[in-house]
Every structure is written in structure tokens, then in C-alpha cells.
Design a protein around this ligand. Structure first.
Ligand SMILES: [Zn+2]
Length: 299
């Protein structure tokens, strides 16, 4: 976001949430359609936003069309509330949605906009998670024509995607996709769950919270409604594996800051050339640290 960008403060012509009412209504309608057909990439007229594409304009349009003055918004990027992307999107929401509360605590938020992670703290039915999506279609790696991809999705024909996964197994002995793992929703459509790590894919399955995905550049919205099946595309005899953060001798690494052993860890290169691992979800790390300080957990 341009740091010099200002909205006219007292201009009544400026609607709440930046988007005009027609745009918001259209996006809400598309969200309803996306929820009705879980995993279906619903086209919509993506608006120009005062920030570069690839900066989360799809996720932001979802958020701005849903948010109301009673909402509490959290914005994360790679699990962090403090990264440039998260800070600027949060600032933009504060600027354009007067009186909306923002938070860094997952449990306090009614709306969470995210890039690259699902929060560690389990979400509830009264929360909505909006993903920023760069590439909505998992079939794009095997079929360049969108028209043909639509037919393949409609017919549930993912044979070429499975062939791609099989080629990986033959060449590398395992499926090498680390992010954007193709995931089948409600037994039919396969989605690109945005660049979340494999670790987060099981959290989409039977999620209590509504999960919405917005791709601004590609003009698509899709949804995983609450309590819906979300299964990573795998073979019967090759189970889905997530990052396990184990050392060579099979020990689960702990976060260097809070000591927890049940979170997704970022690998850090320290100045002395050694490595350390730390929770990627800042809020979760702070929470665990506070609990450890209070003596609630033993390290
Ligand atoms: Zn931690």
C-alpha cells in the first residue's frame, strides 16, 4: 500500500469498507454460490484495489465485503501479524472500516485474513478464515486451457493430476509438492488450497470455521464450508505426509522460543551459522510462552 494514500475522511460518498455497495453485494452473492458448491471456483468481477496485484487483493475483497462495525479482524502473513503484507492490509482495513476492531489474537477475531498459514489455534463456528490465493486452479500445471480445465473439474477428471503425483513418486520416491497441495473438497472438486504448507491441509477437513479463498488477479472465489470433507489427493498405498520437524534421530524439534512441540516451525539461520526453529504462528508462540511463564506447562 502506498504510505501516502489517504481517503477523504468526511466524504459521505465514501462507503464503509472501500468497495462500493454493488461490488460488495456481488461478492457476497458469489460467496453464497461458492459455499453452495464446495470447492467450485466461482468467477466474479474482481475490483481494482489501491495496491499491487499479488498483494492479497482477492482475500481483501472477501474481507471488505463481509466486514461490519461489530467485527474483529486479524490479518496474518506466514503466521505473523507483523510482516509488511499483514501490517499494510490491516492498516488499510482500519482506514476504510471506521470503528472495526483489529486484534493479533486468533481467539478474539471474528474474521481472519491469511496468507500462507492456517492459525494453530483451532477455529470456531463463529469465525471465518479468508485466504489470499495467487493461483486458484490446481489443474493449471497439467492443462493450459481454462475451458478444458473447467470440463475436467466438472467431470471430476483429475487423472492427469494424479499422473503428475505418480511421476513425482517414481522420480523422487515421494510427492514433492510442499505448498498448494491439491485437495479434494466434499468428494468432488479439487482445489488449490493457496500456498499453505502440507502441515495445514488436514486443518481444512471438517473445519468448524467457514474457509473462503479469494484470487483477485484470477477473479475466482471458492469455499470450504464448515464440516466439509477436505482430503489431500493421494494414492491408496502412499499415505499423505506432513512436515514432521524431526531431527535425524527422530526427535520432534521444539520451538526455540516457547518450547512447544506441536506447531509448524520456521527454520532460522543464526549469525553463528547454526540453525534454530521457531513457531511460525506468532500469536500461538506468545500464548504458549505466557502459559509456560505461568507454570501451566512443563518444558
Ligand atoms: Zn513458539
Amino acid at each position: 500500500m502506498n504510505p501516502n494514500y489517504r481517503l477523504p475522511g468526511n466524504d459521505e460518498g465514501y462507503g464503509f469498507g472501500f468497495l462500493d455497495e454493488f461490488a460488495k453485494r456481488e461478492i457476497r452473492r458469489v460467496i453464497l454460490k461458492a459455499i453452495s458448491i464446495p470447492g467450485y471456483q466461482t468467477p466474479y468481477a474482481s475490483r481494482e484495489m489501491p495496491m499491487g496485484r499479488g498483494f492479497g487483493t482477492g482475500g481483501l475483497q472477501l474481507t471488505l465485503s463481509m466486514i461490519g462495525p461489530e467485527d474483529t479482524l486479524k490479518v496474518i502473513d506466514q503466521g505473523s501479524d507483523d510482516s509488511v503484507n499483514a501490517v499494510n492490509l490491516r492498516k488499510f482495513a482500519e482506514l476504510t472500516c471506521p470503528n472495526v476492531a483489529t486484534t493479533e489474537h486468533t481467539a478474539e477475531a471474528s474474521l481472519i485474513q491469511t496468507r500462507h498459514r492456517v492459525p494453530e489455534t483451532a477455529l470456531r463456528e463463529d469465525q471465518v478464515l479468508n485466504f489470499q490465493v495467487p493461483y486458484p486452479d490446481p489443474l493449471v500445471i497439467v492443462e493450459p486451457s481454462e475451458a478444458k480445465r473447467k470440463i475436467m473439474h466438472g467431470e471430476g477428471d483429475y487423472a492427469r493430476l494424479l499422473t503428475k503425483l505418480y511421476e513425482d513418486l517414481v522420480k523422487f520416491d515421494e510427492i514433492t509438492i510442499s505448498h498448494r497441495y491439491p485437495t479434494r473438497i466434499n468428494g468432488h472438486y479439487v482445489i488449490d488450497p493457496s500456498p499453505i504448507p502440507r502441515y495445514d491441509v488436514p486443518k481444512l477437513h471438517q473445519s468448524r470455521a467457514l474457509l473462503l479463498f479469494g484470487a483477485g488477479r484470477e477473479k475466482k472465489i471458492y469455499a470450504v464450508p464448515p464440516y466439509t470433507d477436505a482430503e489431500p489427493l493421494v494414492f491408496d498405498d502412499v499415505p499423505f505426509r506432513t512436515e514432521d520437524f524431526c531431527t535425524a534421530d527422530g526427535q520432534r524439534r521444539a520451538c526455540a522460543r516457547c518450547g512447544t512441540t506441536d506447531s509448524f516451525l520456521d527454520e532460522l539461520n543464526l549469525e553463528d551459522g547454526s540453525k534454530a526453529w521457531q513457531c511460525s504462528d506468532n500469536d500461538y508462540c506468545n500464548h504458549q510462552l505466557a502459559r509456560a511463564d505461568a507454570g501451566e506447562v512443563t518444558q
